[in-house]
Ligand binder design. Structure first.
Ligand code: HEM
Length: 507
């Protein structure tokens, strides 16, 4: 066999690439993350973020990665060279602390969008805590339980539309994919709450202009690139790409709505979220620049539409699979003698209804991927483990939501009763419920928890009773598991085929 000449350029180049890779490998292994060697994790994860990306590419959900890591390595584990995941509820107090806030990690920048040639950070993606505090000070009142009553007529309008559409469609054919109806309902409803007008998705039963698809692609982009934020910035957010990229569809929707409001007369012309944001801009124009306003509008729609839809769809699915729970809920709704559509004042205190949602959100947490925070340069002790500065920390919600020490032995069952108290004839005790509430990360915790959670609650607690009081509902395929796309960071439910008939109340 002929010897390969040593000065062959291909051989030299291969040797060079091999040496650099080997050097990088050993540097990472021994030096870059030496200060994290007390925390276990798979070798691949300790070496490179591509370990996580390759799993995502193969369609493995973070949920399954996280549960597997917890099983193999215990409650504190590395899932990247400088990423640590905790499956211990006591970590919440440190990672999502309200006073000494750990800032959002760099991975959030991946979600920034391009609007008119500029990279815009939204409410959810901003890492500047001082900016967020200044913004919140001005708009927090728009998200309180009292303020959301102003939005109730918008929700009622869409519930009436949804029920009428389902009544009409199910007369022609009783089998419907109710997931789609609920997705369009949630998107149109958040648009109504934000702009006093919807996008007409429910009426057309279509994703007009592919806005929903574009929003999903943004989530998917975050999913794949979240572990590699620096590379994402280099490839997708460099000046040339930003200047030549078209405005994102959500950015376009936000800009158009803002512009048309200004043409209509601006401040005071409607009673909705946009008007509240314009009031804030009048009080503090330095914080609420036009880019900030567009960023807030993008977050409102992006964070508020499919999130609520998936939660309602998952809860309905869990109820249809658990007839006893459904019967109990129907009994509670019947006893409440609800208006049509149900009023917030009637449904807000229905305890079994709330327990059904909480239990469903425990089993199917909306956010699949980790909520990441940066450890400050001085380091932090999280759940008894010292984590050095420059590390990203996160909570293993999937393991925590099924921890028997928090939720009891039957953690895989849908049992809303676990959220209720003894003194009202239900199972459980106050201490356990307090423990469950402290561990509940459905809407995250701390300063950057979900600003829209009261809006989500009012929508969810009104629409599900509206459907259950108008229809008898059964699954077309009762044995099929809930299907959802695998390459995503949030739960998206596209298929929930049910058979609808007008509700027959048993005498
Ligand atoms: C059931 C429905 C919902 C669920 C489960 C949910 C869940 C969450 C979670 C887990 C976060 C924290 C994300 C993170 O830190 O990475 C979050 C943040 C956020 N949510 Fe929601 N959300 C829901 C509905 C809504 C609605 C209806 C709105 C809008 C009106 C909204 C607006 C926001 C915003 C703006 C943030 C960012 C807050 C910040 O960074 O300070 N969400 N949500």
């Amino acid at each position: 066999m002929e010897a390969i000449p040593r000065n062959n350029p291909t051989v030299l180049f291969s040797l060079f690439v091999f040496s650099v890779t080997a050097l990088l490998f050993f540097w990472r292994l021994f030096f870059q993350s030496r200060d994290l060697r007390h925390i276990p994790g798979p070798l691949g994860a300790r070496l490179t973020s591509f370990w996580l990306v390759s799993k995502y590419r193969r369609g493995i959900l973070f949920k399954d990665i996280a549960l597997d890591l917890n099983k193999r390595y215990g409650p504190v584990v590395r899932y990247g060279p400088r990423r640590v995941l905790f499956s211990d509820a006591s970590a919440i107090n440190v990672i999502f602390n309200t006073r000494n806030t750990l800032p959002k990690a760099e991975s959030y920048e991946v979600m920034n969008q391009i609007v008119n040639g500029k990279v815009i950070s939204s409410w959810a993606t901003t890492r500047d805590e001082a900016h967020i505090s200044a913004m919140k000070k001005q708009v927090i009142s728009a998200f309180t339980t009292t303020a959301i009553l102003d939005y109730e007529p918008h929700i009622d309008h869409n519930i009436n539309f949804l029920v009428a559409k389902l009544q009409k469609d199910s007369m022609d054919s009783p089998e419907v994919n109710i997931a789609k109806f609920i997705i369009f309902f949630a998107f149109d409803t958040i648009c109504r709450i934000a702009f006093s007008d919807d996008q007409g998705f429910m009426a057309k039963q279509a994703d007009l202009g592919n806005t929903l698809e574009a929003a999903r692609l943004r989530f998917q982009h975050w999913h794949f690139w979240g572990p590699l934020p620096a590379l994402e910035r280099l490839l997708f957010k460099n000046r040339f790409v930003a200047r030549t990229s078209p405005t994102s569809l959500l950015g376009k929707l936000a800009s158009e709505r803002l512009q048309s409001r200004m043409e209509k007369g601006g401040l005071g012309t409607e009673s909705d979220l946009l008007d509240r944001y314009l009031q804030a801009a009048q009080r503090d124009p330095a914080t609420f620049t036009p880019s900030t306003l567009i960023g807030i509008l993008i977050s409102t729609i992006h964070a508020g539409a499919e999130t609520t839809a998936s939660t309602v769809n998952a809860c309905l699915y869990n109820l249809l699979r658990n007839p006893d729970a459904l019967a109990k809920l129907r009994a509670e709704l019947d006893a409440a003698n609800l208006s049509s559509p149900p009023l917030w004042s009637e449904v807000s205190r229905l305890r079994y209804l709330e327990a059904c949602f909480r239990e469903s959100m425990r089993l199917v947490p909306l956010l699949i991927n980790p909520i990441e925070r940066d450890v400050p340069p001085s380091g932090a002790t999280v759940a008894g483990t010292f984590v050095p500065g420059g590390t990203v920390v996160s909570l293993n919600v999937h393991a925590l939501n099924r921890d028997p020490a928090v939720y009891g032995e039957d953690v895989d069952s849908f049992r809303p009763e676990r959220w209720l108290l003894d003194d009202e004839g239900d199972e459980g005790d106050e201490a356990r419920r307090a423990r469950m509430q402290r561990a509940d990360m459905t809407f995250s915790q701390g300063r950057r928890s979900c600003i829209g959670q009261h809006i989500a609650w009012i929508e969810m607690k009104k629409v599900l009773p509206a459907l259950l009081t108008k229809f008898d509902i059964e699954l077309v395929h009762p044995d099929e598991p809930l299907s959802m796309p695998t390459k995503q960071l949030v739960v998206l439910i596209d298929n929930l085929h049910v058979r609808l008939s007008p509700r027959k109340v048993e005498s």
